[in-house]
Design a protein around this ligand. Structure first.
Ligand code: NAP
Length: 457
């Protein structure tokens, strides 16, 4: 096929990716690498990129955070532009306004709400969702004032996923071990003052059902500062049915070995309680003072309660039972799955695609999978955007003007690099690679240290 000799080049489409976490950044990279006439802006409400890699991956999982090098690539040289410190939606730039300056918007804002257990006492002080707790120790600016009570020797984590392991491990490690991570200084001070000795992981099903990944489970068995005690009630001796999945078989083998282990009298202890469901949190003076759990028996792949209760002496309960998404104002939402209805990333209103609206990451498929899962997820969405590209509108409104009109003061990539350098500098003072700046005003001050102009990619 030959093209017409004097045809105009295809007009460039401007695409916004909202959310600078792994799913958004994989999508931005794929769009930029497509060779199609697109300009890509990544918008995030925080002045720092990387979303859950920065605020969800545990601070001591340094290797896992090295994916940042890959995620940063499209910004340097600037094939993609970063617009941090820009809130989309309530209190920020309305979605309708954003639609006037972009041909398409890829929503990659994840799932930000902690699921609740639905048991009495959950609102007591000292009952905290894992999203909030993890955000606190990761230095997320929204959670610097969380102040979780670490002054009681017992605490409980509810759930048998990797987030429960992260929370247990961070609390089980010594403060000196945690000093060698990027946690903010006030968090390190709180961990140094922690009185926690017994960390109870409350698991509603059996050892053959846990959702941990074996590599993460192994880590709690190798801690220098904590023993692991498996409370199996003779479960292993009675014989646990061999699960089908290799991951579950590996978990079961590890747990079976641990059940026979001797305690080494380490300073802290992680207790694994199987077949226990939380039934209520008990409070004293408005604060958690105990967690009551009910014993379960296995019933096929599920469990049922026996009515027999036990009391765990704890001053803090962290629910690590998964996350839910908040609806994105202006987009359809399926409350049952906590996702935006979509077909391969195209947002659907009923059966009809919403023009120019796409999703990727946890808001598209729910809060599952590892960081790498977001790459294939983002590629699927980008394939849909590129397929639709020629039919997308060419926007007329100016991005900067629209953002300014709604009071946004973006932090660009160069400014983020200044904040990045400040964190590395603080790390040097503590003898670690980086120490996070957590307070928003300090983040902005560091980002804007030399100039406040929005530099263009
Ligand atoms: P998850 O893997 O879905 O685990 C949630 C756990 O909560 C399950 O054990 C579930 O039990 C339990 N649960 C749910 N509702 C409950 C209730 N009402 N009462 C008691 N227990 C309840 O979720 P997650 O740990 O939040 O992790 C989210 C995703 O991030 C996962 O894909 C995870 O692998 C990933 N992640 C990975 C890493 C890593 O690779 N290092 C770190 C953190 C997170 P049932 O099984 O009985 O439903």
């Amino acid at each position: 096929m030959t093209s017409a000799p004097h045809s105009d080049p295809a007009p460039r489409r401007r695409i916004a990716v909202v959310g600078a976490g792994p799913s958004g950044l994989y999508a931005a990279a794929a769009l930029a690498a497509s060779g199609r006439p697109v300009d890509v802006d990544v918008i995030d409400r925080l002045p720092a990129p990387y979303g859950l890699v920065r605020y969800g991956v545990a601070p001591d999982h340094v290797k896992m955070k090295s994916v940042i090098r890959v995620l940063a690539k499209p910004f340097d040289p600037a094939t993609v532009r970063f617009l941090g410190n820009v809130r989309v939606g309530e209190g920020g730039v309305p979605l309708e306004a954003l639609r006037t300056c972009y041909s398409a918007i890829v929503h990659a804002t994840g799932t930000s709400v902690d699921r609740s257990l639905g048991v009495p006492g959950e609102d007591l002080e000292g009952s905290i969702g894992s999203g909030a707790f993890v955000s606190w120790y990761s230095g997320h600016p929204d959670f610097t004032k969380l102040d979780p009570p670490l002054d009681h020797p017992g605490m409980a984590v509810v759930g048998a996923g990797n987030v429960a392991l992260d929370v247990a491990r961070v609390l089980a490690k010594s403060a000196d071990e945690m000093a060698d991570t990027d946690i903010p200084d006030p968090v390190l001070d709180a961990l140094r003052a922690s009185k926690i000795r017994d960390i109870h992981i409350v698991i509603r099903r059996g050892p053959q059902h846990v959702k941990f990944t074996p590599a993460e489970l192994r880590q709690i068995g190798e801690l220098a500062n904590a023993d692991v005690v498996v409370h199996d009630d003779g479960l292993f001796a009675a014989g646990v049915p061999e699960p089908e999945e290799r991951r579950q078989q590996q978990n079961l083998a590890m747990l079976t070995e641990w059940a026979a282990r001797e305690s080494k009298d380490r300073p802290r202890c992680i207790h694994l309680h199987f077949l226990r469901s939380p039934v209520r949190l008990v409070g004293t003076d408005g604060r958690v003072s105990a967690l009551v759990v009910e014993r379960n028996v296995v019933d096929g792949d599920r469990v049922r309660g026996t009515g027999e209760e036990e009391v765990l002496d704890v001053g803090l309960v962290v629910r690590a039972i998964g996350y839910a998404a908040e609806p994105v104002p202006g987009l359809p939402f399926d409350a049952a799955t906590g996702t935006v209805p979509n077909a391969a990333g195209r947002v659907l209103d009923g059966d009809t695609p919403v023009p120019g609206a796409y999703v990727t990451g946890w808001i598209k498929r729910g809060p599952t999978g590892v960081i790498g899962t977001n790459k294939s997820c983002a590629h699927e969405t980008v394939a849909a955007v590129l397929e639709d590209l020629d039919s997308l509108p060419v926007p007329e409104a100016d991005v900067e003007a629209v953002l300014a009109q709604h009071g946004a003061e973006p932090v660009d990539w160069t400014s983020w690099l200044r904040l990045d350098a400040e964190e590395v500098r603080r790390g040097g003072l503590r003898g670690t690679q980086r120490v996070k700046v957590a307070e928003l005003d300090e983040m902005l001050a560091a980002a804007r240290a030399a100039d406040s102009a929005l530099s263009r990619g």
